[in-house]
Unconditional design. Structure first.
Length: 433
């Protein structure tokens, strides 16, 4: 990785944008660049025509004119606390956002073409004697390992003419990828890592958003103002973008949109986790060991109990299940042991497990409490996506804490809480027995 030196001038930075749609994460990424490189005078968004240059990515993208309107609207509202949640949070923290219509522009050149514009073509279209600064995701650099996506000639052009400003993506180890690109493709890329710490810590969570999560939130009917500025969100909803009519087609998933497809995969994982747990309990029963259990859950909404009781032979092990979805229900269940100020905590989940074990007479109890969301401007809890698990055994209560991406849909959170709960319970029981 080649860090910037004092001699480097980044007066104009380019951002190829194939996002579907653009959201707070894209604008906050640019905000990070402006904070990290204050000498930057202009950021140019190179808006894609919707035809993805990666031959392995095939996805229908909304009409170019509508995507342009969404991006323009998002940029216009970005610094307005009345219309942008990041701007509101920044104002409350005594800071301000720098990206505004005076220091950014949108290139519509690609919209005039009826073919994908490849990354190298962008470089050739931008004149200049210095290396051209381009904002990219680490996943794009990872794809440079594939000669079907980036030819050797492409990479030589990038090595010669581009300074990549790389954003972290999908836990990709950027340094390792750069070494592999050097070893396998024979090029040394000029790369500077975009540092999230350049922006306020209370804004960094928005970098966890992705275009995929925005589409799934739309399909779930969630409020979108946590994902992108208000008027851009309104445009998506008014034009029914990414709703139930946006289907993924193959012989196994006919008429399933992205959220349904994702939830279907999570449901399969949950079923598999329940199956493995029941197999262990069958073994414990034959060995005359403790195997009867009960479940008490809050934010998972019954997903844990349902997965356990849908299997043949479940009644051999499962005694009872309680879904305490509201705080009032939890308070009634725990009585004096309910902690008003810590309903989402290790203390609370331990109490849930203990009380359920006493009430049910089970050998062990799995308890869950968490916050499944979804996020919204009105519900800005920092605990969204957090989950506390408790496992009451004969002499102790085991505990585990989960923290998931807060921008997942409620359904995804519920399924993931249940999956992690069953996998963890199986692991603890194996160790305990």
């Amino acid at each position: 990785m080649s860090p910037l030196t004092a001699e480097d001038k980044l007066s104009t930075i380019y951002f190829p944008l194939t996002a579907n749609p653009a959201g707070n994460h894209h604008l906050l990424l640019v905000e990070s660049v402006l904070q990290q490189f204050p000498e930057t005078k202009l950021v140019v968004f190179l808006l894609s025509n919707g035809l993805h240059p990666d031959p392995f990515k095939h996805q229908k993208i909304p009409h170019a004119a509508l995507r342009l309107e969404i991006l323009r609207s998002a940029l216009a509202d970005w610094t307005d606390p009345e219309k942008s949640l990041p701007a509101q949070i920044a104002e409350e923290a005594g800071t301000s956002l720098k990206l505004n219509p005076n220091n950014c522009a949108i290139s519509r050149y690609e919209l005039s073409l009826n073919r994908p514009l490849r990354f190298v073509e962008h470089l050739k279209n931008i004149s200049g004697t210095e290396k051209i600064p381009m904002i990219v995701g680490a996943d794009l650099i990872e794809r440079m390992l594939n000669p079907q996506i980036f030819t050797t000639v492409d990479l030589k052009e990038i090595e010669k003419g581009c300074h990549l400003l790389a954003a972290s993506r999908n836990n990709i180890e950027l340094e390792s990828i750069l070494q592999l690109v050097k070893q396998k493709r024979g090029v040394t890329l000029t790369v500077t890592h975009i540092m999230p710490k350049a922006i306020a810590s209370n804004l960094q969570k928005f970098l966890l958003i992705s275009s995929t999560l925005i589409r799934r939130a739309t399909q779930a009917g969630h409020v979108l103002e946590a994902f992108l500025p208000k008027n851009a969100a309104r445009l998506i909803q008014q034009n029914s973008l990414y709703d139930g009519s946006s289907h993924v087609f193959n012989f196994q998933t006919v008429n399933m949109n992205e959220l349904q497809l994702r939830c279907s995969e999570l449901e399969r994982q949950l079923e598999e986790a329940a199956k493995k747990l029941q197999k262990l309990l069958d073994q414990l029963e034959t060995q005359n060991r403790a195997h009867r259990f009960a479940v008490v859950e809050t934010s998972a909404g019954g997903q844990i109990a349902e997965s356990c009781t849908s299997k043949s032979g479940a009644s051999q092990h499962f005694l009872a299940g309680r879904v305490l979805y509201s705080l009032e229900a939890q308070k009634q269940f725990l009585g004096r042991k309910f902690a008003e100020n810590s309903s989402l905590s290790d203390k609370q989940v331990r109490q849930l497990a203990k009380v359920m074990q006493k009430e049910s007479g089970a050998d062990w109890v799995l308890a869950e409490t968490g916050m499944a969301g979804p996020p919204s401007p009105e519900r800005r809890s920092k605990k969204n996506g957090q989950c506390h698990l408790g496992l009451a055994l004969s002499s102790e209560v085991k505990y585990k804490y989960l923290e998931l991406n807060p921008f997942l849909t409620r359904k995804e959170h519920q399924l993931l809480f249940a999956i992690e709960a069953l996998i963890w319970a199986e692991s603890v029981l194996k160790e305990h027995n």
